[in-house]
Design a protein around this ligand. Sequence first.
Ligand SMILES: NC(=O)C1=CN([C@@H]2O[C@H](COP(=O)(O)OP(=O)(O)OC[C@H]3O[C@@H](n4cnc5c(N)ncnc54)[C@H](O)[C@@H]3O)[C@@H](O)[C@H]2O)C=CC1
Ligand SMILES: CCCCCC(=O)CC\C=C/C=C/C=C/[C@@H](O)[C@@H](O)CCCC(=O)O
Length: 301
Amino acid sequence: MLYQTPSGKVPLPTKQGHIFFTCTDIECCRDWRTTEIRDPTAEVLLSQYPTAEMALNGKNAVVTGAVMGIGKAITEILLQNGAKVALLDYGEDKVFFMNCDVESEEDIKAGLKKAAETFGGIDILCNNAGILNEGLWEKMVSINLMGIIKGSYLALEHMNKLTGGRGGVIVNTASMAGIGPLPSCPVYTAVKHGVVGFTRAMAAASTLSGYGIRFNVLCPAFVQTDLFSNIPKKLGRFSELCLETQQLVEHFGVLDVSEVAEALLELVTDETKNGQVLLVLPTDEDGKGGNSYISFPTYVQ
Ligand SMILES: NC(=O)C1=CN([C@@H]2O[C@H](COP(=O)(O)OP(=O)(O)OC[C@H]3O[C@@H](n4cnc5c(N)ncnc54)[C@H](O)[C@@H]3O)[C@@H](O)[C@H]2O)C=CC1
Ligand SMILES: CCCCCC(=O)CC\C=C/C=C/C=C/[C@@H](O)[C@@H](O)CCCC(=O)O
């Protein structure tokens, strides 16, 4: 199957008989299982990329933290590229499809089971749910790191080729703070470094053992979402570093969620990518920044 993304690797679908599931408003996903939508956005995509199958046709995905922010954009791009998506999230008025707190193994297990039963298997998992709150740092460790570990381990039960699964890809959302320190957020930095390390180790374990699952990690810089609001309140004892944080924001700029979703699509669709750490940065007027794969030192030949 051929595909490309908007920045050079985008689906090249045949026009005939092709249905795009789009979700510009999360509410439109409510009936995604029964509703086939052909909308103007999809037609624009079609006219831009007119000649092949959709990259994710026949693929089943699960996204945590899917209701808003980056998770919502990830959900949209997976739907737009032909996948079916189970949205796992929590919180009053924000629950769609499956109520799931990623701190709870039971919730994740039930969400994955329902997704696997409904779709007939799972091919893609996006462990994306996360919070920023240095004042509630234990909760941040529990959601942002332990939630990703729990989600990955429980998904293995459905996806691991060694135990009857058909393989697939798991993409974890870390952060640029998983590559370098964000001084106002030491615990957030620690857990995001943990997500990067965990993902790389799982990629190696999968290769060595033959799970047939690729593991990759997204590391966006600042992104315009609810998490990236009311920052002083979220810094806890480090609130005095608010100005320095603002300077970093001005230095790097702020991404739109769609830019992060496009990067996610690359990690999902490019089957050569395993154990990859993709830094997503805004591109400035001089063309500096943009996406880049991070190299780490290797000590074992
Ligand atoms: N916004 C930013 O600047 C950046 C965010 N990130 C990461 O991206 C991920 C998504 O963040 P945003 O979209 O910005 O945040 P957001 O606050 O807009 O959305 C987070 C979503 O996760 C859900 N969630 C939170 N805790 C949960 C739990 N225990 N169980 C299930 N769902 C839960 C929320 O209900 C919400 O729908 C997080 O892991 C975050 O650390 C990474 C880099 C930059
Ligand atoms: C405070 C808002 C956090 C928003 C959530 C994020 O995940 C955003 C992370 C974005 C950027 C992280 C940048 C980290 C940069 C450092 O590695 C380094 O480049 C800055 C060093 C600071 C210094 O020495 O001046």
